[in-house]
Structure formats: structure tokens, C-alpha cells
Design a protein around this ligand. Structure first.
Ligand SMILES: C[S@@+](CC[C@H](N)C(=O)[O-])C[C@H]1O[C@@H](n2cnc3c(N)ncnc32)[C@H](O)[C@@H]1O
Length: 272
């Protein structure tokens, strides 16, 4: 697919074809968040999932609020100035670079997604402050070395980077492979880097996720899976937890309005 004008994206393994007939994750997620960048197929699957798993809208909103709190925390309280946001999703009101650059205009952000619709809308992710920088990579999370090589054109990988993996490792079916992806990303970065991650679960009151994900895997793409808290905690091996550790993402350093627990784990940890 051709690249929209003005979008400095680099293909490193993404480049799927846009298929409006098959519900796709980035667009359905956008629908649950109340966005308009979705097709009838996305809305039909999204509505059905809402009937079997009524909290899905709360999950999506809690996940975005987690993103905002984490970026603000890392920028304001930990001095992080570089972010690698893998599995970005379609642009919303508060994207990572806007959140970070509001606190530190010199922040540099690289977005990564492999959804063609996200690529089409990537221009909205490239509205950097003059002092900072943003880039968008059309790339697959299964290829961390390619992501790191392309990200290095914008980020200084000898300085701390916050790796954001929000709602994306659930699309890597094999837990060993997902663990290896995280390890390779974090191994390439210096001490003082951070990992922020969210992941769906059937724990935390998420039993209905079993039926919701079974339906998703029959009718939509890409295939998804849940994991236990113990499996998700394994992704953080070798890192030091930021308090409160791995919790419902709504309960991670909540501010007013974040008090309802959702069946989506979230955590942040620092590379020692
Ligand atoms: C559930 S959305 C989460 C979006 C955003 N991170 C958030 O938390 O709101 C997951 C995103 O991961 C992307 N994604 C799924 N599989 C991917 C893969 N193999 N490589 C890159 N991106 C992927 C989807 O296109 C989608 O935009």
C-alpha cells in the first residue's frame, strides 16, 4: 500500500492490506473508545463482544487513561524523554507525544503499529513540538530488531527509553516468543529505561473474556489471547517494579475517575 503524503514511515515488516470486510483490532478498539475511524464490520463485531463482555468499553478507556498517567509519571517524575510506543492504535485526543511534550517539549517519540488504517492516520501522530521529534514505523512487534534499528533514527538508544507495549502482546500467541520480544527490546536499552505494559486477562473478574475472545478469533483479526497475572508478570523479569506493581490498569496510581477495576493488567518497571 502506498504511503500517505508527508508521513515519514518506514516499513520494517508491517504493510498488511486494509480489508474493510474483516473486523480489525485497531479499528474495533477505536470504536469501543467512541472514535469514528471504523467500518460496519468493526462495529458489528464490537457490538457483539459488548453483549458477551459488557465491560469492554471500560477496559479500553481504562487502558488509555493508564497510558496517560504512565507517560505523565515517567516524563514528570522520572525524567524520561524518549518513548517507543509499540501497538500505538489509531490517534486519539491524548497520544503519547502530546502527553510527554506537554511536560517536556524536547521529548522524542517513535510510534509502531502494523495496521494499515493506523498508517493512513499516522500524520496525526507526527505533530511534534519544534524541540522534540516523532516518527511512525509500519512494523510488526514480532521483529524487535527491525523496530530498534528504525527507531534509532529518531531515538538515542544509548539513553533511557520507555518501551510502551499496551494491549499488544495479547496478539503474540506464544508466551515464550512474547517474553523473548520484551527481552530483546529491553536488552538493547540502557539502565534507567522503562517497560510499561497492559494485557487482558480472565482474572480480575474477566471470566467473560473467554467467550469474547473465542468470538473474536472466529470473526476478527489478528487472533487474541488472555494471560494470567503470573504470565504477564514474567514479561517484567529482571526489571524493578514501580509501585504498585502489576494491578488492574485502572488501579495503577489512579486519579479521580480511575477507581473501577477492569480485567486488564497494567504495570511499569525500570531496568536496573
Ligand atoms: C488494543 S490496541 C491498543 C492501542 C493502544 N496501545 C492503547 O493502549 O490504546 C492494539 C494495537 O496493536 C496493534 N497490533 C496488533 N498486532 C500487532 C503486531 N503484530 N505488530 C504491530 N502492531 C500490532 C493493533 O493494530 C492495534 O493498533
Amino acid at each position: 500500500m502506498s504511503q500517505p503524503d508527508g508521513v515519514d514511515s518506514r516499513t520494517a515488516g508491517g504493510a498488511q492490506r486494509l480489508d474493510p470486510e474483516v473486523a480489525h483490532n485497531a479499528r474495533v478498539w477505536n470504536y469501543w473508545l467512541g472514535g469514528k475511524d471504523n467500518f460496519a464490520s468493526d462495529r458489528a463485531v464490537g457490538d457483539h463482544i459488548r453483549t458477551v463482555f459488557p465491560v469492554i468499553g471500560d477496559v479500553a478507556r481504562a487502558d488509555r487513561r493508564f497510558l496517560a498517567r504512565v507517560v505523565r509519571f515517567l516524563a514528570a517524575e522520572r525524567g524520561v524523554r524518549q518513548f517507543l510506543d509499540i501497538g500505538t492504535g489509531l490517534p486519539t485526543a491524548d497520544n503519547t507525544h502530546q502527553l510527554a511534550q506537554r511536560i517536556a517539549p524536547e521529548s522524542r517519540v517513535v510510534y509502531v503499529d502494523n495496521d494499515p488504517m493506523v498508517l493512513v492516520h499516522a500524520r496525526a501522530l507526527l505533530t511534534s513540538s519544534a524541540e522534540g521529534a516523532t516518527d511512525y514505523l509500519d512494523a510488526d512487534v514480532h521483529r524487535p530488531e527491525q523496530i530498534l534499528a528504525a527507531a534509532a533514527r529518531t531515538l538515542d538508544l544509548d539513553r533511557p527509553v520507555a518501551v510502551m507495549l499496551l494491549g499488544i502482546l495479547n496478539f503474540v500467541a506464544d508466551t515464550d516468543q512474547a517474553t523473548e520480544i520484551v527481552r530483546r527490546l529491553m536488552d538493547a536499552l540502557p539502565a534507567g529505561s522503562f517497560l510499561a505494559l497492559t494485557h487482558p486477562t480472565v482474572e480480575l473478574g474477566g471470566e467473560a473474556n473467554v467467550a469474547a475472545m473465542a468470538f473474536w478469533n472466529e470473526h476478527a483479526a489478528p487472533p487474541i489471547r488472555a494471560r494470567t497475572g503470573a504470565e504477564i508478570a514474567g514479561f517484567f523479569a529482571g526489571l524493578d517494579w514501580v509501585e504498585p506493581g502489576l494491578v488492574s490498569c485502572a488501579r495503577w496510581r489512579p486519579v479521580e475517575g480511575d477507581d473501577t477495576s477492569v480485567p486488564q493488567y497494567g504495570g511499569v518497571a525500570r531496568k536496573p
